[in-house]
Design a binder for this molecule. Structure first.
Ligand SMILES: Cc1cc2nc3c(=O)[nH]c(=O)nc-3n(C[C@H](O)[C@H](O)[C@H](O)COP(=O)(O)O)c2cc1C
Length: 145
């Protein structure tokens, strides 16, 4: 079956991060993979509210109290066989949207280790799998430091 690679970019449209991601996706296509590029900055993705009862754990990302693109992004991740996450360096770290992406999409609800311990939740529909991931980080400081 054809493998699907999804790339999440936190860079500018047609910017440096996206250029590197596109090169990587082109290589993946040459290997027979389907690919998709998603621009996080074009998404409505708000910061996790850290609800005490964590509806996203019980009902899945669609149960999140935030009605934005978080559930759609989680579906894109769960439909993939592997992923790229690309970000420009901002103030020595990844751009802020990467943290929001991490908090909303990753963590215990998509953690294979958790599902191995407690069983896969119904909302995941048999999509627990190890997904190889690669990170692309692009800095551009004009000074030596
Ligand atoms: C707010 C901000 C902070 C940045 N901080 C750093 C930094 O700490 N180190 C660095 O090497 N580049 C830094 N840069 C430069 C970007 O990483 C660089 O221009 C990058 O190539 C932009 O990628 P993009 O075209 O995919 O958006 C910063 C840029 C911005 C806008």
């Amino acid at each position: 079956m054809t493998k699907k690679i999804v790339a999440f970019s936190a860079g500018k449209t047609n910017g440096n991060t996206e250029t590197y991601i596109k090169i990587a996706l082109e290589e993946a296509r040459k290997m027979g993979c389907d690919t998709e590029l998603i621009r996080l900055n074009s998404c409505d993705l708000r910061p996790c509210k850290a609800c005490l009862n964590m509806p996203c754990m019980a009902k899945g990302p669609a149960g999140c109290i935030l009605k934005d693109d978080g559930a759609w992004l989680a579906e894109k991740f769960l439909e993939s066989d592997g992923f790229l996450l690309g970000s420009p360096v901002w103030a020595l770290g990844p751009a802020g949207v990467v943290s929001d992406f991490r908090d909303r999409i990753f963590g215990p609800k998509t953690d294979v280790a958790g599902n191995e311990l407690y069983g896969e939740p119904e909302w995941m529909n048999g999509r627990t799998q190890y997904r190889p991931g690669a990170l692309i980080s692009v800095g551009g400081a004009l000074t030596e430091n």
